[in-house]
Design a protein around this ligand. Structure first.
Ligand code: ADP
Ligand code: MG
Length: 506
């Protein structure tokens, strides 16, 4: 029976200085299975995987690989049994090269016993090519790479180990869409070869795309393991938070006010012929597959990408927005997708982040009414329920959800009339997601016009007064939830280009 399983963890318990964080957790997997491991922050996912990876010892419980009980007391033990982990935090040696990092501890030796750099770089090049990093020279020093490149190097390192069980702990948190696609290709290829993959993620769209099955943990306990096709989004959330969330999505009835934005036939290098309107108090959801051009479209509205042709009207007046500074002057704010890179000073305190605005470089020369700014901050921040020790706590110590709340409030300080939110709930756990949804509606109620970009269909479907679907740089379809029944399938049909096969009768 047990030979069916490549991995069995049984009755795992773990405490940290008296705090019991894993309670009798069991976890089984078959060869070639892609398992999503989900749960709110602090549920114990990383700890369970660190026990498997030999980073922590468990207090009790056992681990079996192919039915055989083994002891994993160190990272070397784990890799000897074919387990490797891509950790949530980057653990590369910053002053070593990419190639040295990939083969660290497993260096090839020449016949005379020296490190065989030629072979290291040759093999490193080959692996980098597989994940779309063929242009990156393996003798580059890691310190010089961007965060997302470093994460890809972590992935290359894990791939090079030829593991049987590969754990990825929130691997896509700082990856670009293109990199995520390369990663998913690798996951599919590995799974075909019989490698089992444990994929820790908050992102429902990723889980749906890549996983065969899902395990949900909560408060250090195993809650359920089920095939991905037999479980709904609502069930996943309920099991993650442990109760049915009433009002998970706010009940927001828009009374759209006057038109604030009209875009006509806007074309940039990356998007084509974009037309839509946006009114006060409206929440326009924009969805589509990775790389469909959603971010590029709003970047153009925020002056980050040149508009090649077409027009933008603000309050009916033809406008040109050539820089973020100009956009901010015109009361447009954009909360970017990657809060770690663009939105926050992680190593500074919450109070610093709240008062020293990231927009400083954009708004140099624009008088900011600091009293008004403080009022706005106070108003939203109090409602936000940011879980923190005090305002002097460093932002880096906050959970993703709470970081995002800080980011959104900061951008509100400039009192925007148009607020663009690019994937505002990425990497945010479900409880905090609901808080952010309520916040978005509160902002809309005050008459702010909102563009909400999201890949998570339930989110767009429940939050938007209108939904625009993008595909290959174009806005190909609008849905109005109040007027028609919208399903995920209908949206996906357009997001995947299915509309091209339709015959239009005009
Ligand atoms: P997840 O990965 O699901 O967010 P973790 O496994 O990181 O959760 O954390 C589970 C619990 O264990 C949390 O309460 C966390 O604070 C605690 N914890 C994790 N690592 C340590 C550690 N090294 N020392 C003390 N407590 C820890
Ligand atoms: Mg974790």
């Amino acid at each position: 029976m047990n030979e069916d399983y490549i991995l069995q963890m049984k009755g795992i318990n773990k405490s940290f200085s008296g705090v019991h964080v894993l309670h009798d957790v069991s976890f089984e997997m078959r060869a070639g299975e892609v398992r999503a491991l989900a749960g709110e922050n602090g549920a114990g996912k990383s700890t369970l995987m660190k026990i498997l990876g030999g980073i922590y010892d468990c207090d009790s419980g056992e681990i079996l690989i192919q039915g055989e009980k083994i002891g994993i007391g160190s990272v070397q033990d784990a890799s000897r049994h074919g387990v490797s982990i891509i950790h949530q935090e980057i653990v590369l040696v910053q002053d070593m090269t990419v190639g040295e990092n990939i083969f660290l501890g497993r260096e090839f030796k020449t016949r005379s016993g020296f490190v065989d750099f030629r072979r290291i770089y040759k093999e490193a090049s080959e692996i980098l090519g597989r994940i779309g990093l063929g242009d990156l020279s393996p003798d580059t020093v890691v310190r010089e790479l961007s965060l997302s490149q470093q994460q890809m190097v972590e992935i290359a390192k894990a791939l090079s180990a030829n593991s049987r069980i590969l754990v990825m702990d929130e691997p896509t948190s700082s990856l670009t869409d293109r990199e995520v696609e390369f990663l998913f290709d690798q996951i599919r290829a590995l799974s075909k070869k019989g490698v089992s993959i444990i994929y820790i993620s908050h992102k429902m769209d990723e889980i749906n795309q890549i996983a065969d099955s899902i395990t949900i943990m909560r408060d250090g306990r195993h809650i359920l393991t089920r095939p991905i096709c037999g479980i709904s989004y609502e069930e996943i959330i309920q099991n993650m938070v442990g109760h049915k969330i009433e009002d998970y999505y706010p009940d927001y009835k828009v009374k759209p006010g006057k038109e604030v934005l009209r875009v006509e036939h806007m074309t940039t290098e990356k998007v084509e012929d974009i037309s839509f309107t946006l009114s006060e108090g409206e929440i326009l959801g924009i969805t589509g597959l990775m790389g469909a051009g959603r971010t590029e479209m709003v970047n153009a509205l925020f002056g980050l990408e040149p508009v090649l042709s077409g027009e933008i009207y603000l309050d009916g007046q033809k406008s040109v927005i050539q820089s973020p500074r100009e956009a901010m002057k015109k009361k447009i704010s954009l909360v970017p997708e990657d809060r770690k890179e663009k939105g926050l000073f992680l190593e500074n305190s919450i109070s610093f982040n709240m008062t020293v605005t990231v927009m400083d470089e954009f708004i140099k020369g624009i008088a900011v009414d600091s009293k008004k700014e403080q009022e706005i901050l106070d108003e939203y921040v109090n409602q936000l329920d940011i879980k923190m020790a005090d305002t002097e706590q460093l932002v880096v110590e906050l959970s993703g959800g709470n970081q995002q709340k800080v980011v959104i409030s900061k951008w509100l300080a400039s009192a925007p009339r148009i607020l663009i939110l690019d994937e505002p709930t990425r990497g945010v756990d479900v409880g905090a997601k609901s808080d952010i949804y309520h916040l978005i509606c509160k902002i809309a109620e005050k008459g702010v016009a909102i563009i909400l970009i999201s890949s998570e269909l339930p989110e767009v479907m429940n939050m938007s007064s209108r939904i625009g679907v993008m595909c290959e740089g174009r806005l190909v379809k609008f849905f109005e939830p109040d007027k028609e029944e919208i399903t995920q399938e209908k949206i996906m049909h357009y997001a995947t280009g299915g509309y091209e096969h339709e015959t239009y009768s005009q």
